[in-house]
Ligand binder design. Structure first.
Ligand SMILES: O=C(O)CCC(=O)C(=O)O
Length: 296
């Protein structure tokens, strides 16, 4: 833990705040030079993944009107892996979760097009079929995100409310939309908008309720996110979704430990060498389930 705190450059005060609030804005986490370099890699990866899709926003399904999602970019774009497994970022995940070892859960680009709808309020944990909620996301914008540009908001302290209900984003799972902000244990908690400057990272816990505004600007809101999980989590038994691409691919059945090529150790790593990517790739865009066949 102490090495993680040191390598992440976080203070004890920041770690305590994350534990209390369920989210943490860290300004100047990356230098402008780092973001310029990594954003080029992610832009190229997203361009490759979306090259065959010429649909205007209005022709997309509601979920896709929220953002263009490209998951597991590190697997087919080795340059992006430098970002996903950035030692300072992975150490910060371990330090904030107060654990000694984290694995990668996933990375993804979330590009909210100009005119893209709001991101409905939700928490991540019910989307991810694991038995405990020791997971954390890092939300990394490639340019300033200000009012009208898809700003994120977090419900302060909601990760400690005990609420783990599933709230869908843009009818992804065809569920009826559920306004989690009106949940009796959530409705009186403060909703905190967090404007983001280039170079910052906003961390949030898997049980923190969060949402984003629509993108009313003329530009795509380009964001990369990474999620890390405590080593030792198991695939949940009786999860609401029985298919999950990265777990099915590594033959991890309910009750088994989550590990393997799709979920390598992200921190600590004994060598500079990046983990080798899995051999089978998932869908190019979207949340996906067992859709490896769609990749080609
Ligand atoms: O970027 C967004 O609009 C939503 C992000 C989100 O839901 C997440 O990072 O978990």
């Amino acid at each position: 833990m102490t090495t993680a705190i040191k390598q992440s450059n976080l203070s004890q005060e920041q770690i305590d705040r994350f534990q209390k609030d369920g989210f943490l804005l860290v300004e100047n986490f990356f230098s402008n030079e780092e973001i310029d370099l990594y954003s080029q890699y992610v832009d190229q990866a997203v361009a490759y993944r979306t090259a065959d899709d010429e649909r205007p926003l209005a022709d997309k399904i509601l979920y896709e009107q929220t953002f263009t999602q490209c998951m597991r970019l590190w697997e087919d774009h080795p340059d992006v892996a430098l970002f996903t497994f950035h030692p300072k970022l992975c150490a910060a995940a371990a330090a904030l979760l107060k654990i000694d070892c984290v694995r990668l859960w996933h990375d993804q680009a979330l590009y909210k097009e100009s005119g893209g709808r709001k991101t409905d309020a939700h928490l991540d944990f019910p989307f991810w079929p694991v038995d405990k909620d020791d997971l954390i996301s890092a939300w990394i914008p490639f340019a300033d995100v200000g009012p009208g540009g898809g700003v994120m908001s977090y419900v302060q302290g909601s990760h400690r409310s005990g609420v783990t209900e599933f709230a869908d984003i843009g009818e992804l799972h065809d569920d009826e939309m559920y306004d989690i902000l009106s949940h009796p244990k959530i409705k009186d908690l403060p909703v905190i908008p967090v404007q983001a400057k280039k170079g910052c990272v906003i961390f949030h816990h898997a049980c923190t309720v969060h949402l984003a505004d629509a993108n009313e600007t003329a530009h795509t809101r380009r964001v990369f996110t990474t999620a890390y999980m405590a080593d030792g989590l198991r695939r949940s038994i009786g999860a609401r979704v029985d298919r999950y691409f990265s777990l099915d691919r590594d033959n991890i059945i309910p009750g088994e430990l989550v590990k393997g090529p799709g979920h390598p150790v992200a921190w600590p790593r004994s060598s500079e060498k990046l983990p080798p990517p899995p051999k089978i790739l998932g869908p190019k865009t979207g949340f996906g389930a067992s859709e490896a066949d769609k990749f080609q």
